[in-house]
Write a protein that binds this ligand. Structure first.
Ligand code: GLN
Length: 539
């Protein structure tokens, strides 16, 4: 194994959203499967400190790590592929870089100097890139640079890469450039010019791509690969085809067939071996050969954009494979749900998940959905806001507290069954101030949760401000909704269940952030199994 960590940079050209995250995660998977300790880091060129305050329509889901960092959704891919937790160090934004440089300036650390993009901002970027490498925990650090080469915002990052290549020396770094090779159907041809131009743009900043990963809808012929190699200054074997895949989980194997891992390791002068993808391929086999199927409704308000619920959708893929079941997820917009159409919209489902979310829009639809599902005994999983909606529904329709609500939606509700924690009351800043990251939960033995986890103590990740109001706990429990999971230090309710129903579980935390290919989340696995059981019973 190596002593000095090696650095791989993944840049993108031609177009945004080409899937750098999946390529980075797939490469890391191949390296991990050869015994290398690999990690991935995402650098985002926007000025927000983190994506926590971004609307999911802007940037997709906000992913949360164990240490409570609100991060880019690509970190979710890294964890799902590698089964290794990430942390704040794995996601850095321009906002965060500038904030630390400005803080240093105020502390007087640059006294006498003019603080500038070069060297101060670029030095801070270089420092952040090397934090993971210097930890001693990794042999290889893959740094994915968000945005597209040529963007104004990306320039300091590309400059930092250029400098690091010099600082670290030959064979210690490798630059992968992900580009698009479009197909012109009128001409029946793949076009290489956009790639040539984007490699040229990268070169204008002093960085030569070592490897091209070319997104394409059609296979790259030998001639096209030769042409790209010749015009872009890379070896022919370093022109890697990345053809559209039916599932992102195919990409590691596709990259293996193209030899991406070999060219990378060769460039870094590291030994390459045959990756051990046995478990990965077993998962793929189960995923692709389901024995039955279930349809689960995903009720949320950002359903138009698949990326808003990325981790939930991926958790269903893992849990489906585990159960050898195809999970059809039916997105249902909560804003268009009402008592009058609920049966039509939900009646055919084998399970319903009410999604996390913020704000008032669409919540009445969610409450109507929970009522229908509870009364019909359809398997239910409520996550975060989804759990809170289940609590409000129960208060309104079973405890007969018709005006019950969350103070998030109605500050003056006479029955705040979901309330603001005392510690949140003085909080003014919105960014980074929720209950975030890993918290413990003690589980009651006589519960679905205990059967699911097979443990009395668990830890799960959180991202919320409001909580079940313990003043109402006795009332709920007497009526039949039990708090089966509690945080040991604060007594805050983490899990609610209705034992009278076959499978009705609400969780204040986010199980979806911890589901990986190697360890599908037990709650999703059990939920899918419950949906299958319900479907069989229905027939
Ligand atoms: N809006 C709710 C809260 O802040 C739920 C958050 C969520 O679903 N992640 O408590």
């Amino acid at each position: 194994m190596t002593t000095n960590p090696k650095y791989i940079f993944v840049t993108g050209g031609v177009s945004s959203s080409l899937g750098k995250g999946i390529i980075a995660a797939s490469l890391a998977k191949l390296l991990q499967a050869q015994g290398y300790r690999a990690t991935i880091q995402k650098l985002d060129p926007y000025i927000n400190i983190d994506p926590g305050t971004l609307n999911p329509y802007e940037h997709g889901e906000c992913y949360v790590t164990d240490d409570g960092a609100e991060t880019d959704l690509d970190l979710g891919h890294y964890e799902r592929f590698l089964n290794v937790p990430t942390s704040q160090a794995n996601n850095v934004t321009t906002g965060r870089i500038y904030q630390s440089v400005i803080d240093k300036e105020r502390r007087g650390e640059f006294l006498g100097k003019t603080v500038q993009v070069i060297p101060h901002i670029t030095d801070e970027i270089k420092r952040r890139i090397q934090i993971l490498g210097n930890s001693g925990d990794y042999d290889i650090v893959i740094t994915e640079i968000g945005g597209t080469v040529g963007d104004i915002e990306s320039l300091p990052y590309i400059e930092a890469v250029r400098q690091l290549e010099w600082d670290l020396g030959e064979h210690n770094t490798c630059v992968i450039h992900l580009t698009l090779v479009p197909y012109l159907s009128a001409a029946g041809e793949l076009k290489t010019k956009p790639t040539q131009h984007s490699v040229k743009t990268l070169m204008e900043s002093g960085v030569q791509a070592d490897i091209l990963v070319c997104r394409t809808e059609h296979p790259l012929s030998d001639g096209i690969k030769t042409k790209l190699a010749r015009f872009c200054n890379v070896k022919k074997e370093a022109v890697i085809e990345s053809i559209d895949a039916s599932t992102i989980y195919d990409v590691p194997n596709l990259m293996l067939e193209e030899g991406l891992d070999k060219v990378v390791l060769n460039q870094l002068q590291l030994k390459s071996d045959v990756p051990d993808l046995k478990r990965w391929n077993e998962f793929l086999k189960r995923h692709k050969n389901p024995k039955s199927e279930v349809t689960i409704g995903l009720i949320g308000k950002y359903v138009e954009l698949q990326d808003s619920y990325k981790s939930i959708l991926e958790s269903f893929i893992h849990a489906g494979a585990e159960n050898e079941v195809k999970v059809n997820v039916e997105p249902i917009h909560s804003e268009y749900l009402s008592e009058s159409n609920i049966e039509f919209k939900l009646g055919h489902l084998d399970g319903v998940l009410v999604a996390p979310g913020f704000g008032e829009r669409g919540i009445e639809g969610k409450i109507d959905a929970v009522r229908f599902v509870r009364e019909q005994n359809i398997p239910f999983l409520g996550i975060c806001l989804g759990m809170q909606m289940a609590v409000i529904e129960y208060a309104r329709n079973v405890l007969n507290l018709k005006d019950a609500n969350s103070v998030e939606m109605d500050e003056r509700t006479p029955n705040p069954v979901i309330n603001l924690m005392a510690s949140q009351k003085g909080v003014v800043n919105k960014g980074g101030t929720m209950r975030l990251g890993t918290w413990d939960c003690n589980i009651e033995k006589d519960s679905i949760a205990y059967k699911v986890y097979n443990s009395e103590t668990i830890t799960e990740r959180h991202r919320h401000r409001f909580e079940f109001n313990n003043d109402y706990k006795d009332q709920f429990e007497k009526a039949g909704m039990k708090a089966t999971g509690l945080n040991p230090e604060t007594g805050l309710v983490e899990i609610v269940e209705i034992p009278e129903n076959d499978w009705f579980v609400g969780v204040q935390y986010h199980p979806e952030y911890k589901s990986t290919v190697k360890s599908p989340h037990p709650l999703f696995v059990a939920f899918v199994a419950a949906a299958l059981k319900y479907k069989k019973k229905k027939k």
